[in-house]
Design a protein around this ligand. Sequence first.
Ligand SMILES: Nc1ncnc2c1ncn2[C@@H]1O[C@H](COP(=O)(O)OP(=O)(O)O)[C@@H](O)[C@H]1O
Ligand SMILES: [Mg+2]
Length: 261
Amino acid sequence: MSELALTTEKLDKVFKLGGRKVHALSDVNLQIKKGDFISIMGPSGSGKTTLLNMLGCLDRPTYGKVILDGVDVTKVREKSLHKIRKYKVGFIFQTFNLMSWLNAIENVELPMEGTKKSKNERKKRAHDLLNMVGLSQREDHRPSRLSAGEQQRVAIARALANNPAIVLADEPTGNLDGKTKNEIVRLLAELNRKQGTTIIMVTHDGHVASRADKMLFLNDGRMLAKEKRGTHRLKDALKCSSCGQTAQPNDKYCPNCGQKI
Ligand SMILES: Nc1ncnc2c1ncn2[C@@H]1O[C@H](COP(=O)(O)OP(=O)(O)O)[C@@H](O)[C@H]1O
Ligand SMILES: [Mg+2]
C-alpha cells in the first residue's frame, strides 16, 4: 500500500470565460502523505477552491495528474468518478451544505446510502460519528435548529461517513465566529491526531492555517516554494507527559507540575 494519500503532477486548470482564458492553476505539484494535516493558504481568487475541486474529482484538470489513494483519477471515466467521490473523499464546505429537510443523523447517514452497510449499520455509524464530534444530544435536530458550529460538526461527521482516504475542507471556518472557529479547527486537529485522518484544509485565515502540521501557500494559481511548520504537532510535543499542561517552546520544566519536559 502506498504511503501517499494524494499526489498531483503538473496540475493546470484553465477556465474559458467568453473569449477570455483564466489560468486558475499552474503547475501544481503536491505530495500528501497518509495522516498529514496540511493547510493551503492563499488570498481570494488564488485558486484554492479550484484546486480542491480537482483533488476531490468535482472537476477535471486541463492538464496534469491527480493520483488519489494510488489511482490516477484523471484517467477514470466520468461514469465511475462518483464512486471515487463517494468512497475516497470527504468534503467540508464553508456553507456546511447540509440537507435542510433531514435531521443531523439522517444527514450523516446520507453518504452511506447505496453502500453495503445495512440500515442499522448506517444508523450506528452515524450515531458514533455524531458522538465523536460531540453532538450525540442533537441527533434529531434539523440544521435550522443547530448553531453554525454545530452544523459544521454534522458536516464533519458526514465527511467521515465512508471512511475516506482524504478529507478536503474548503474554508471550513469561513462562516464561524472566533470561538467557534477555534473549536472546529481543534476538532479537525484531533481527528487527524487520534484517527489519523488525512486532511487538506484551504483557508485565507492565517491563524486557522497555522493550526495544521504544514502550511503551503498558493498565489495566482501557483504553489509558492515556501512552506511553514504549523503548530499542530509542535503543541503535542510541548505537552507535559505527566500532567498534560501545554508548555512554552523555551520551557525546560512544566509550569504546572515542575516535571522535566
Ligand atoms: N467556473 C469558473 N469559470 C471561470 N472562472 C473561474 C471559475 N471558477 C473559478 N474561476 C476563476 O479562477 C480563479 C480562482 O478561483 P477560486 O479557485 O474560486 O479561488 P479561491 O477559492 O482561492 O478564492 C479566479 O480568478 C476565478 O474567477
Ligand atoms: Mg474559494
